[in-house]
Design a protein around this ligand. Structure first.
Ligand SMILES: *Cc1c(COP(=O)(O)O)cnc(C)c1O
Length: 410
């Protein structure tokens, strides 16, 4: 089965567990409680001796489990856990695996809310430093005796910086560090973090995996590479049985059961339906994004375009080495930064909205919106200029988008 193509595997993955009454699609299980024939079975669920049974929907339902299996298959992982949002998945990883006195080393090019949670972690006594992860030597130089975890995004939102994914993976393997890769922008279609030694992969399912902008979700996938028996922060209760499951068990029990940012079956279903067309959508939106990036780069009104598949991109070599395509995310800066808001208003097709990975093209000026709270100093440190515009390319016909940009740049 592992030799099947990407989409074949995903559209048939429900069958792995059997689908009730032969339904071709996994049903939406709305029950919160799950009953048992004997009280011994009920006790077995709590004590972990009855495997594969559902108990209470905060820890998962048959419908969320079917989505978890799809994500695991996409990432070629050991197992996955779904959460209500991408941020819930990311914060669960940090809060369940790090303790006061530990050090988290993160790329300085990350999603704004991820950068914001670094501040929360610092208040809890977890040291966080950020580093230019496009250079593995800089990451190596920033490792401390108390470093436990390294966190990067494959293509940083919104600046599109690409870390030295393989170099950092080797480093984490040598030093026994948990390597967490946020694969949201590339998705498992364009890149599998397991190939560079990632321990855990996080995906915001809200974006391109769902792809329709109608449901929120996040997932953590364990690639099976990290040896949890050597990790000091495992709770005694979860140091049981096969050590390869310890990480997932701790994240599910502490991050999902105790913190409670659980995904509903309705959303799991909606995301699953979207996930089945991932390859079709990302193939097209990436091709359109490359066309637009090339058009913008040639246009005299545009001073800079950030897109990993342009030769002018500082990490172009890394991007072509790791990614099958450049994704649907690009950002750019106008020569006349002060005119950037008027330009956005002149566009007719892109929707002025935050968010990523929708069927519709979305556009947003970055500094006055998603990076406003961060402040000017943080923006400068992250390479976000006042005139930067972020674009999430959708499924519109490329010629229509190109014509619209041409008229708006005028
Ligand atoms: C959107 C996003 C997240 C957060 O996902 P939500 O589902 O919106 O909570 C995390 N990382 C990256 C790179 C994102 O773009």
């Amino acid at each position: 089965m592992a030799t099947q193509g990407f989409t074949t595997g995903i559209v048939h993955s429900d069958k792995t567990f059997g689908v009730e009454h032969g339904g071709v699609h996994k049903p939406i299980h709305t029950s919160v409680q799950y009953g048992f024939d004997t009280v011994e079975d009920l006790i077995g669920v709590f004590q972990g001796t009855l495997k594969g049974a559902y108990n209470y929907a905060r820890q998962g339902t048959p419908t969320t489990a079917a989505l978890e299996a799809k994500i695991t298959r996409m990432e070629d992982g050991l197992g996955s856990i779904c959460f209500a949002t991408g941020m819930a998945a990311i914060s669960a990883v940090f809060l369940t695996l790090l303790r006061a006195g530990d050090h988290l080393l993160a790329s300085k090019f990350v999603f704004g809310n991820t950068n914001s949670i670094f501040g929360t972690l610092r208040d809890l006594g977890i040291e966080v430093t950020t580093v230019d992860a496009t250079d593995a030597a800089k990451v190596a130089a920033a490792i401390q005796p108390n470093t436990r975890m390294v966190f990067v995004e494959t293509i940083a939102n919104p600046g599109t910086q690409v870390p030295d994914l393989g170099g950092i993976g080797s480093l984490c393997a040598d030093r026994g560090l948990v390597y967490v890769v946020d694969n949201t922008i590339t998705s498992p279609l364009l890149f599998r973090p397991k190939t560079v030694n990632a321990s855990l992969v996080v995906n915001s399912l809200t974006k391109t995996i769902a792809g329709h902008g109608s449901a929120m979700g996040g997932a953590v996938t364990d690639t099976g590479i990290f040896d949890w028996s050597k990790y000091p922060n495992m709770f005694a209760a979860y140091r049981k049985g096969d050590a390869c499951q310890w990480g997932l068990t701790q994240i599910r029990k502490k991050g999902l059961r105790d913190m409670g940012a659980s995904m509903s079956s309705e959303h799991a279903h909606s995301i699953s339906v979207g996930a089945e067309t991932l390859a079709l959508r990302v193939g097209q939106s990436s091709a359109t994004a490359l066309q637009l990036a090339k058009f913008l780069e040639r246009h005299p009104a545009v001073v800079r375009v950030h897109y990993p598949m342009l030769e002018s991109h500082p990490q172009h070599r890394l991007a072509t080495k790791y990614f099958a395509a450049g994704s649907w995310l690009l950002s750019f800066e106008l020569r006349d930064a002060a005119g950037c808001l008027a330009f956005v208003n002149r566009l007719r097709i892109p929707i002025k909205a935050t968010g990523l990975g929708d069927t519709r093209t979305l556009i947003i000026p970055v500094a006055p919106t998603i990076f406003w709270e961060a402040g000017a100093a943080v923006r400068a440190e992250m390479g976000i200029s006042d005139g930067m515009i972020r674009l999430s390319v959708g499924l519109e016909d490329p010629a229509d988008l190109l014509a619209d940009f041409a008229q708006a740049l005028g």
